[in-house]
Design a protein around this ligand. Structure first.
Ligand code: ADP
Length: 370
């Protein structure tokens, strides 16, 4: 919630978010109350048991003493031991309460890290440098069992091509990028990278060879330079400036009073959305990953920023495999191949010129923008 505070403000969603938080707090308070009620009940039961045992103990001891079975000294000693056993019962009650508290905490931790993330599984084949060929073979995928997001998708992207996925919002384009970077496992079909099944490759073979630039990239709360050093420890300032020039962000950084030593704040708040994306592009370039996956921001960037991002991407054309999820068709006209996605299926593919001629759906999408 704290991280999203800016979005919450912009969306004017303070009230609904506060309602949500209140609901959560109520839930926690109720859980705690029911636990305290149970614990109080348990303590009362144990206390009553203790009193009852004490009562019977005294009656029995007096009886035994009167009939001279035990001496007064034994009576006192036994009474002392009764106190010890009383203490033991109390200890057991506390232990039970600790166990209950532990279970509550465990449930909360498990809610966050337990069932919601599938444990990632990787293969054993190690490939240091992928060329950048990507193939989907009859891939189907669903985030949850009931709703299929992608259905029987097949396509090929050759190394160093620049391709784009276009289609209406919610058609499954960003999901394709998540699957290429193996954030999820497909339900059916295969994804091949340079001919290797993605499930057979080691984590480093996949992740060290691709960068995913999301719509709202996360920027570390460090200086600009340290943001780069965080991904490549031994990068020199010259190297960093070179990639920033390619990503069209160097001029802006040099205009800041502290230049590359400027502190960026929590999630790069001092940068605009477009600048954050360009910084993320530069970060990807520094890593020199063969495959660059780029999820174009849906938010309306101003024309100039948009053009600069397009230019930054164009600077890379031919040297990297670039896969773009495009929300504006004007930025991807020169792609080697464009895939048209609708409702989780690829309904057409070709260059911009070919698609304008042969595909009405694409033509309509393009015309909507003009
Ligand atoms: P696009 O990029 O074309 O706008 P997405 O791939 O983001 O579409 O989303 C496709 C569908 O999958 C949408 O219906 C969306 O609500 C759903 N979806 C996306 N991400 C998730 C997720 N993490 N969990 C569950 N459903 C998701």
């Amino acid at each position: 919630m704290i991280r999203g505070a800016r979005d919450i403000k912009v969306l004017n969603a303070d009230e609904s978010i506060l309602d949500k938080i209140s609901e959560k707090i109520k839930e926690i308070v109720n859980k705690n109350l029911s636990y305290l009620r149970k614990f109080a009940g348990l303590q009362m039961a144990i206390g009553s048991c203790n009193d009852l045992i004490s009562f019977f103990y005294i009656v029995l001891s007096v009886q035994l003493r009167l009939s001279s079975v035990i001496t007064t000294a034994s009576f006192v000693t036994l009474y002392y031991y009764r106190g010890r056993s009383h203490g033991l019962l109390n200890d057991i009650a506390s232990l039970l309460s600790y166990l209950k508290e532990f279970r509550l905490s465990y449930e909360r931790v498990d809610e966050i890290i337990g069932n919601h993330f599938d444990k990632e599984k990787f293969g054993r084949i190690k490939v240091d440098t992928l060329k950048g060929n990507i193939e989907f073979k009859n891939v189907s995928f669903a985030y949850n069992k009931n709703t299929k997001v992608l259905e029987d998708i097949s396509f090929k992207i050759k190394a160093n091509q620049k391709v784009a996925f276009v289609g209406k919002s919610g058609s499954g384009k960003s999901t394709i990028l998540s699957l290429i970077s193996k954030l999820y496992k497909v339900n059916d079909g295969d994804i091949l990278l340079d001919g290797y099944n993605i499930n057979d490759l080691t984590k480093n073979s996949i992740r060290n060879n691709m960068s995913l630039i999301t719509q709202n990239p996360y920027i570390f709360n460090f200086s600009i330079k340290d943001n780069f050093l965080a991904v490549k420890k031994d990068a020199t300032l010259d190297e960093i400036r070179e990639v920033c020039k390619l990503a069209k962000i160097d001029d802006y950084i040099m205009s800041l009073p502290e230049q590359y030593d400027t502190k960026l704040g929590e999630n790069g708040v001092i940068f605009s959305g477009g600048q954050r994306q360009r910084l993320a592009i530069a970060r990807a370039l520094l890593l020199k990953t063969e495959i660059i996956l780029f999820d174009e921001a849906t938010s309306a960037l101003d024309n100039e920023t948009q053009q600069e991002i397009t230019q930054a991407i164009n600077n890379l054309q031919g040297k990297y495999t670039i896969v773009i999820v495009a929300h504006r068709l004007s930025t991807i006209i020169d792609c080697d191949k464009i895939f048209v996605v609708d409702d989780g299926k690829i309904i057409a593919e070709g260059t911009h010129k070919e698609l304008i001629k042969k595909n009405k759906f694409y033509k309509d999408l393009y015309m909507q923008e003009l």
